[in-house]
Design a binder for this molecule. Sequence first.
Ligand code: FES
Length: 198
Amino acid sequence: MSAEGVDLKKRRTLTLATSAVGAVGAGFIIYPFLAAWAPSEKAKAAGAPVEADISKLEPGQMMSVKWRGKPVWIVHRTQQNLDDLVTLEGTLLDPASDDTAQQPDYCKNPNRSIKPEYLVAVGICTHLGCSPTYRPDVAPADLGAEWKGGFFCPCHGSRFDLAARVYSGVPAPKNMEIPPHQYLSDTRILIGQDGGEA
Ligand code: FES
């Protein structure tokens, strides 16, 4: 190989080495940007509001988003669900949501919601903190003929209706919590903030 050929080979090797260092360098450059995102994730876990897109949530369906490390359920109730809620009052522990710690004032109403068709609730049982199961089916064999749809806690059998109100005679002592929230549009809900009060 000529001296020129060796030089050329060396130069190529050097170029490759430089590119490799450049790539590693880029890795280090990217890191601070990623690190800069960390506080916002932390803030989220600590309580920053989260947005939920409900545009694809059909009547009868439920979706879940995470807020402050907890599941927040959004249920699109049907008209039948809303009609059934009215019939359950005599079987519930706190049908009128008199325990004001369990919902913001604007959700102290028969549906415990801003818009009747959407329930927004923290999906944690008020007994010992399990996450109940969504059971929209009416009169299933395991829950009985009176069941109109709601939430069933598998840990110790607490039952809640589709407004997250607890039934009488179960271990859970309170209705499930309704978090502060607001509608940003017909299809977007901001959970964790209700106009500055959250
Ligand atoms: S934690 Fe739900 S019934 Fe005990």
